[in-house]
Design a protein around this ligand. Structure first.
Ligand SMILES: [Fe+2]
Length: 232
């Protein structure tokens, strides 16, 4: 199990390519696990929950694909073979995601008498995926990130992240921002939004505030953004 010492002082203050999105994924994983645990599958098919879970799984798959398309080849280009273990983890995750999608479909078409058992099975399967993904993301931040910091400058790490951001559809961009903004602390949120406000078209920035920040943040956090001139 990684300890805080895995991330040395040398990485503090470096470009945090994994941190914000991983915080968002952890929060969203936990929220969906909470909702699945509270769902009464006997009473009715929880269509809204299952739809949200399916959307979340698609976003989780897109996140894996972004790392595979951009970060892993970059890592391999300067440390040949270094991404092999990550690719193995990702292949395992992708298989889990496919199984979870099947489990959701099974509930949607199940006879009422079968729904309780299938709902419990989905809850357990998702909890297992969450456990595996939490360990995987920790490994990336505690072991891979320091390696990336040793191999790449902050400008290069930022360019890798911008390659991923530029590849996002507008819908995915909003969806990932909805995940990330409520998961980070105020300083991190202000830094991210300041960079976005500087670099993105005004309409795109306004959409992030209206569609991602306003629906997900507590009133006091929105006030904090307003005080900084980051939200109207
Ligand atoms: Fe990953």
């Amino acid at each position: 199990m990684p300890t805080p010492e895995f991330i040395s002082a040398a990485e503090c203050g470096r470009w945090d390519i994994y941190g914000p999105i991983h915080k968002g994924l952890r929060l969203a994983h936990g929220e969906l696990l909470r909702r699945l645990g509270r769902a009464d599958f006997d009473a009715a098919i929880p269509h809204e929950l299952l739809g949200d879970l399916r959307t979340h799984l698609v976003l989780a798959a897109h996140h894996l694909a972004h790392e595979e398309a951009v970060i892993h080849p970059a890592l391999d280009s300067r440390a040949p073979g270094a991404a092999a273990g990550l690719d193995t983890d990702h292949a395992h995750h992708q298989a889990r995601l496919a199984l979870l999608d099947s489990a959701i479909g099974a509930i949607e078409y199940a006879a009422p008498a079968d729904r309780r058992a299938l709902g419990r099975g989905l809850y357990l399967a998702f909890s297992t995926f969450v456990a595996e993904d939490l360990a995987h993301m920790c490994r990336e931040e505690a072991e891979v990130w320091p390696r990336l910091c040793a191999l790449f400058s902050d400008e290069e790490l930022a360019a890798l992240e911008m390659t991923i951001v530029a590849s996002l559809s507008p819908a995915d961009n909003i969806a990932f921002m909805r995940m990330m903004l409520p998961a980070m602390n105020r300083a991190e949120r202000a830094a991210l939004l300041t960079a976005m406000k500087t670099g993105a078209p005004a309409e795109a920035y306004a959409e992030v505030i209206e569609l991602a920040a306003r629906p997900t943040l507590a009133p006091e956090d929105l006030t904090h953004l307003s005080e900084l001139g980051l939200a109207a």
